[in-house]
Ligand binder design. Structure first.
Ligand code: ADP
Ligand code: MG
Length: 253
């Protein structure tokens, strides 16, 4: 016995009113299967609810991915570990499991330009979104500018609280642009607030000894910042020539 058109329309309306898109998409096909295979009613109910659960899971992950504001989505399966000097595939795949986010521990990618630092930071961020973590990607210079603007608009506390709710904050390109003292201090405060509470990822083209140049020559602040950042941290040092340059030259190194 199949459903009356009226019953079908009522269910469609109910899935809309109750916001059950997973059930809306699957209930008819599952009903056919249930009829053909003589499922007990409970089995049918279980299957449609499972479809709804899967649909909600997917939509949270899509939402997390949107909120992360990655400049482009990079993944681990498009990363060529054979071409990445200094990067251990085993280590990165272990990190992909996300224990460092729970801990929380920091990640620092240091190395020359074009060696995959941003790619890996984004890819591990994408993995974290799959575990429903809140992730936010920002270039260091943009983040500092936002903090300064928020301070000027008397909205600093609100921005700081918002940033503190993010499970994984990716600060890209520390070292490209030096910060003025006030900006450096705001970034310092952010890293300090997150210390041992939330995971932070930093990519940088500088050796730690050079970081002081980014923070307006302030040795004390730089030392304190590196202390907190690197205390519970995995440091991955990428080496070699730019990946794209090597590709352009036909794979030679
Ligand atoms: P960095 O942040 O270290 O300057 P990127 O991660 O932005 O470098 O890499 C530059 C470009 O080269 C990106 O498009 C990135 O996807 C690609 N790339 C770098 N290393 C690799 C790699 N080992 N496998 C695949 N693509 C790579
Ligand atoms: Mg980069």
């Amino acid at each position: 016995m199949s459903a009356t058109p009226l019953a079908r329309d009522l269910v469609v309306a109910q899935t809309r009113a109750l916001k059950l898109p997973g059930i809306a998409r699957t209930f008819e096909a599952l009903a056919r299967q249930a009829r053909d295979a003589h499922w007990p009613h409970e089995d049918y109910l279980h299957e449609v609810l499972t479809a709804e659960q899967a649909s909600r899971h997917e939509s949270v992950i899509r939402q997390r991915l949107r909120e992360a504001r990655f400049p482009e989505v990079k993944t681990l399966d498009t990363f060529d570990f054979a071409a990445a000097d200094g990067v251990s595939a085993t280590q990165v795949h272990t990190l992909a499991r996300g224990e460092w986010v729970t801990a929380p521990e920091n990640l620092i990618f240091a190395g020359p330009i074009g060696t995959g630092k941003t790619h890996l930071a984004i890819a591990l961020g994408v993995e974290a979104t799959k575990q429903k973590r809140r992730v936010l990607f920002a270039r260091a210079a943009d983040l500092v500018r936002q903090l300064l603007e928020a301070r000027d608009g008397r909205e600093l506390t609100r921005l700081q609280q918002r940033l503190l709710r993010v499970d994984v904050l990716i600060v890209d390109e520390v070292g490209f642009v030096p910060f003025e003292r006030a900006g450096g201090e705001l970034l310092f405060n952010l890293i300090t607030d997150r210390y041992e509470r939330r995971a932070t990822v930093v990519t940088t083209n500088l050796a730690f000894a050079e970081w002081v140049t980014v923070f307006a020559g302030d040795e004390k602040l730089t030392t304190a910042l590196l202390d907190r950042l690197a205390h519970h941290a995995t440091v991955i040092t990428t080496k070699g020539k730019s990946y794209r340059m090597r590709k352009r030259r036909g794979g030679g190194s």
